[in-house]
Design a protein around this ligand. Sequence first.
Ligand code: NAP
Length: 488
Amino acid sequence: MSQHQERDLLARVPDRLFIAGRWRPAESGGTLEVRDPATGEVIKEIADATPADGMAALDAAEAASAGWGGTPARERGELLRRAYDLLIERQEEFALLMTIEMGKPLAEARGEVTYGAEFLRWFGEEAVRVQGRYGPNPEGTGRIIVSQHPVGICHLITPWNFPLAMATRKIAPALAAGCTVIVKPAALTPLTTLHLVQLLEEVGLPAGVVNVVTTSSSGQVSEPIIRDPRLAKLSFTGSTPVGQHLLEQAAQGVLRTSMELGGNAPFVVFDDADLDQAVDGAMLAKFRNIGQACTAANRFIVHRDVAEEFSRRVTERVRRLKVGRGTEEGVTIGPLIDDRAVDKASSLVQDAVMRGAEVTTGGEAVHGDGSFFAPTVVTGVREGSDILREEIFGPVLAIVPFEDEDDAVRIANDTEYGLVSYVYTESLSRGQRMIDRLHTGMMGLNVGVVSNAAAPFGGWKMSGLGREGGAEGIHEYLQTKYTLTPNP
Ligand code: NAP
């Protein structure tokens, strides 16, 4: 990829806020810098919204609300479908943009475009399948009518780790349901959202249906929006502490909320597992997105009879990973999002080693420009180590041995999170038992990636509330009305 192509692409990405169908600067004239995490260089300056801009976006979403809610579902669906087609046509440039602003290797960024675009297609199809119910009441005195209605204006807050997919996973169902939105992308990776919204404008989205505010002061911009009685729904993806804080704000207006929060996924390998499959799955579940995924396997819980062999094989594979800027040929591990993430990975590894674990490869920061951490395997991790309790969010694979099935279940469930689990076993009955016994909203049984636009994504316990994707996803943006009417 040439520097010229990168410059040309960055120049075409809007640098302003998108409010009421117009690209405009922040009211204060302020800007914020976006950096390439592989080099630390500033790649673009964009508008830095103030609370007044947030309110203008809310006004615009309100003005467009009745019109969009009343637009036939087929029209809304076809618009999403056109957006899907165009996004796929522009896969390369969206992939490149994500690699530049977030750091993931280009091949993975292409995968995210396919995954992210699929939400536009899926919810374009779901838009016309929203149904109600009509029938007699049991007493035979009247008719029950159940109908579905858009919830109204939604505030969508997204994280930096999947800049495209986290945006489409919220925007598509909201639009399909007939809601208007104010999107606030992460300050670290706002460019992909701006580029996406420009595409939505191009396919004919009416003014005010989607509004975007980019800001370096998220709390100050979002709080007045959340506390405004016109807002009907808050959908957030990010860390659990920020999610808890936003839930408190949302409680005041009894807002509908969807919360996709942190994870601490167990990856359980039984002694009857197909080890080749388990190692392939481990590489995906751990190193996809440089380990910076809420679904990333955080704890490899491996039966003691196969722990050594599993560790030997993954170590061999991890040594072959290539670290570098995501645009370079053959790179499989890009930079972490910033230096804080590198420090966190370092300290988690150090704590594990201090408590008796052994590093078989990697284990430290890679010095030079950018925020790189060497892909790492740590074996023999002792219970009580920080690395088993905290979300690593980096390329560190931590192995803890177990004795028997009860022991594996106990260790796997020993976390306040409950997003996803992975289980490798060749036994059908054991696999089925694990579906019942592991406390997570999603499970990969002999697979290392579960995300799919057609499936309900979401967590139990402190991993969140609500579901994104699947037939369930659109209902997060719909509200139910029951009407009773006498017999005709
Ligand atoms: P984060 O710090 O919680 O930030 C997420 C988003 O919230 C960003 O847009 C951020 O804006 C914004 N934000 C922060 N404080 C806010 C406030 N007081 N009011 C309004 N908005 C606020 O999380 P992150 O570091 O970006 O993302 C990593 C976390 O996301 C991990 O815990 C990961 O597990 C989780 N995640 C979960 C899922 C899921 O589906 N369950 C998917 C992906 C990621 P700024 O950028 O301006 O701070």
